[in-house]
Design a protein around this ligand. Structure first.
Ligand code: NDP
Length: 239
């Protein structure tokens, strides 16, 4: 039976690669995003259904629910990014609070709200996969804190969903090129530095994330839950 897979933020980058992968595998794929243009384009290109939604907004999620099927097999909480790249540079305390909260909203609250909204529809044998980040172990201010919070919050989620035979894990990428993540904020020096930090000597690509997410969503990974799977070419090593 074809699975129904919801990928948040599926118009570009990692989410788009995931949408293409699951659709090619015969799954029914739904992608979301805030900008209708890229969403429509990607949905048509990969054979997915595109639904506009801002995952930081509860009312948008309530509206999304009315468009979604009753059963979701796999939820990929991919929407997010470092909102500091869009900040206006103001340094007063009120701006700091606003910008800090923006990252928490974009990466942590969005995933928690989406999962909460869909929790009753998640099917036994299913999976929730969040896209975390190497930043949760390496800093990066409120962005890193938001992704660290996501991994910690996932522990509780995994415990809650486990009895229903639903897994919940985080895939934490290192530097991934060919996405809209960095806007125009990545200097060639910083890029070289990020690549030099890997053992593989190359940037990651969205396709590097596809296999790990596909695995965690597959029948082969039913006893893996509450984990963080690092995908960074060795830029962060664990034991
Ligand atoms: P992209 O910017 O290309 O993808 C992010 C997607 O999420 C966009 O399509 C964006 O579309 C969507 N999105 C963002 N916020 C929301 C929201 N509130 N509601 C709905 N959709 C949203 O970058 P990546 O593919 O690189 O990022 C995917 C994930 O990977 C992110 O969570 C990011 O933090 C993480 N990551 C990326 C790394 C990298 O080096 N690229 C490294 C580590 C983690 P729209 O603006 O239209 O809503």
């Amino acid at each position: 039976m074809a699975r129904t897979i919801l990928i948040t933020g599926g118009s570009t980058g990692i989410g788009q690669a995931l949408a293409r992968h699951f659709a090619e595998g015969g799954d029914a794929v739904i992608i979301t995003g805030r900008r209708p243009g890229p969403l429509k384009e990607t949905a048509a290109a990969v054979g997915a259904r595109g639904l506009v939604c801002d995952h930081t907004r509860p009312e948008a999620l309530t509206a999304l629910l009315s468009e979604l099927p009753d059963r979701i097999d796999v939820l990929v909480n991919n929407a997010g990014g470092n909102t500091d790249f869009d900040a206006d540079g103001a340094d007063d305390l009120a701006s700091y609070a606003r910008d800090f909260r923006a990252n928490l909203d974009a990466n942590l609250v969005s995933a928690a709200l989406t999962t909460k909204a869909l929790e009753d529809r998640l099917a036994p044998g299913g999976a929730v996969v969040h896209i975390g980040s190497i930043a949760s172990d390496q800093g990066a201010g409120s962005y890193g804190a938001s992704k660290a919070g996501l991994a910690t919050w996932n522990l509780d989620l995994a415990g809650r969903l486990g009895p229903r035979d639903i897994t919940a894990n985080v895939v934490a990428p290192g530097y991934i090129a060919d996405t809209e993540f960095f806007r125009d904020h990545l200097s060639s020096e910083r890029r070289d530095q990020l690549i030099a930090g890997t053992a593989t000597g190359r940037p990651g690509t969205p396709s590097d994330i596809v296999g790990p997410v596909g695995f965690l969503a597959s029948p082969a990974a039913r006893h893996i839950t509450g984990q963080v799977l690092h995908v960074n070419g060795g830029a962060l090593m664990t034991r």
